[in-house]
Write a protein that binds this ligand. Structure first.
Ligand code: SF4
Ligand code: SF4
Length: 156
């Protein structure tokens, strides 16, 4: 978790410097974000975006988990998020489950804002839809972090 936030801060600062001081066009940023989506899915917001870092920090300070979940799920303002989200279903790397290791504890669903807001989604229940390919999955990796049996992986 801390690792993700650290990476998000470092990459976010680099992007800010590139755009603000070296006048790198936002078109390049859009293309870069889109390409990343093909490989990793919707990783830009939670791992790279400087604005995402600031908003997530504000959400943490407010300690309002419901608002934070709702923000991640409903945000509509960023075109990079739209493009990346579209690729979640077909990206090279995906969140996968090894059902042989899963003990059905449900911890992954407890931390996922998609399963919390949509009861027809589940990371481990095979009768439900997979939230990790939902366009709103921001690859926060919280589901992977909490899994006690390492059943979930982000892999090719
Ligand atoms: S990475 Fe996991 S916990 Fe985070 S939104 Fe996607 S499915 Fe949910
Ligand atoms: S947290 Fe891991 S073990 Fe528990 S239900 Fe999810 S995938 Fe299965």
């Amino acid at each position: 978790m801390l690792k993700r936030r650290t990476i998000q801060l470092l990459i976010g600062l680099s992007i800010y410097v590139m755009v603000a001081y070296y006048s790198i066009s936002l078109v390049y940023l859009l293309l870069f974000g889109g390409l990343l989506g093909i490989i990793f899915g919707n990783v830009f917001c939670r791992w790279m975006c400087p604005i995402g870092y600031i908003i997530e920090s504000m959400m943490k300070l407010s300690k309002n988990n419901e608002m934070a979940a709702s923000y991640q799920y409903r945000k509509i303002g960023c075109p990079i998020s739209w493009i990346n989200g579209y690729f979640n279903r077909m990206s090279l790397f995906k969140i996968k489950i090894d059902h042989g290791k899963c003990i059905d504890c449900g911890k992954c669903d407890d931390v996922c804002y998609i399963t919390n807001l949509n009861k027809e989604y589940s990371l481990y229940n095979e009768g439900k839809s997979d939230p990790a390919v939902h366009p709103k999955c921001s690859k926060c990796m919280d589901c992977i972090t909490v899994c006690p049996t390492d059943s979930l992986t982000f892999s090719k």
